[in-house]
Design a protein around this ligand. Structure first.
Ligand code: PEP
Ligand code: MN
Length: 358
């Protein structure tokens, strides 16, 4: 249940109600809005609603019928904005995350980081630990790959998102990554989700290949019930009877998730479609449909890519896509960032600085 406090409720009243909920064996999560505080009480229903209703500062008690509670829209009706080192996900800007499927070398990730940054991406993606269908495929560079990704992102003013596969990797990810990605194959790896609930960094949670929206929100609930409320949901296509595209992109998941939940929703059109031209079209559709961001694969040498080259967008095409996304975003009252070096005139790109220094 959710206890909605009056907008004039004092800190003392809030603390007393929280204490009451704890005594009733609920786990309490506090959500502070600009004009009222909501207390989410999760755990097995053990009654007590009537006594709470009479406590000072309590406005109303709302019983949530959905199986997920903290992820439910009721818990934060105003929506969640996640501020990742100054980049806000879930706000007015649709945040673009771009980069190769996998980090292959320092040179490769530097080249791609420079180009996606110069087109306006905010976050550099790249897998260092890859969940591959075949054990014989490239599995990623591991720790060194993550370090290359961090270096390249720092050099070109980008944040880092990368996929984590096991709880034991958390300390490494905490030091190198800004957003921890849980891949589609791990959406129901409950041990991993629980551990990610204890960390203080945002988690990008991909929808499982055959997961319903309810299962996706319950996976988010695993993370949130541990105390980490910074979860970004990602629609990346699901398996259907149709084999014409790599997956079937469920664009209707965007408005559906947004009405069911307060969490930001982004779209990965690359894994959904498996082809660069389709990915670019669906990226536009996703922004038009209200996505809070895009996660898209970009590679400057797709023919030589060690992973998912067939769906990678070329940097020049990505640049054109960004220009189109800016127009579409404007039509739906959103924005897309300008290129990094035009946002930071005084800095000059590392390459420009090297040229000046030479
Ligand atoms: C990825 O983003 O590289 C990836 C493996 O995605 P997914 O988990 O959606 O298949
Ligand atoms: Mn990929």
């Amino acid at each position: 249940m959710i206890v909605v406090m009056e907008d004039v409720a004092t800190e003392e009243q809030i603390a007393l109600v929280m204490g009451g909920l704890v005594r009733l064996n609920y786990q309490v999560h506090c959500s502070r809005g600009s004009n009222c505080t909501l207390l989410g009480a999760v755990g097995e229903y053990s009654g007590g609603g009537d006594e709470l209703r009479t406590m000072g500062g309590v406005k109303e008690i709302v019983y949530i019928s959905s199986t997920y509670k903290l992820a439910s829209r009721h818990f934060r009706p105003q929506g969640t904005k996640i501020n990742v080192r100054g980049v806000v996900i879930g706000g007015s800007e649709a945040v673009v995350m771009a980069g190769p499927c996998a980090v292959e070398s320092l040179d490769q990730i530097n080249r791609i980081a420079e180009s996606v940054s110069s087109s306006g991406a905010r976050v550099l993606r790249g897998g260092a630990f890859k969940p591959r269908s075949s054990p014989y495929s490239f599995q990623g560079l591991g720790e060194i790959g993550l370090r290359y990704l961090r270096q390249a992102a720092d050099r070109y003013g980008l944040l880092v998102v990368s996929e984590i596969m096991e709880p034991c990797q958390i300390p490494l990810f905490m030091s190198q990554v800004d957003i921890l990605q849980v891949g589609a194959r791990n959406m129901q790896n409950f041990n991993l989700l629980r551990e990610l609930g204890r960390i203080g960094k945002p988690v990008l949670l991909k929808r499982g290949l055959s997961a319903t929206l309810e299962e996706t929100l319950l996976a988010a609930e695993y993370i949130m019930s541990g105390g980490n409320h910074e979860v970004i949901l990602c629609e990346r296509g699901i398996r259907t009877f149709d084999t014409a595209s790599r997956s079937t992109l469920d664009l209707s998941a965007i408005p559906a998730l947004k009405s069911l939940s307060h969490l930001p929703v982004i779209v990965d059109p690359s894994h959904a479609t498996g082809k660069p031209d389709r990915a670019m079209i669906m990226a536009q559709a996703a922004v038009a449909a209200g996505a809070d961001g895009i996660l898209i694969e970009v590679h400057d040498q797709p023919g030589a890519a060690l992973c998912d080259g067939a769906q990678a967008v070329l940097p020049g095409e990505f640049d054109k896509l960004m220009a189109r996304l800016r127009l579409i975003a404007m039509a739906v009252d959103r924005s897309i960032a300008e290129p990094f070096y035009s946002r930071n005139h005084s800095i000059g790109s590392p390459r420009q600085l090297e040229i000046v220094a030479a």
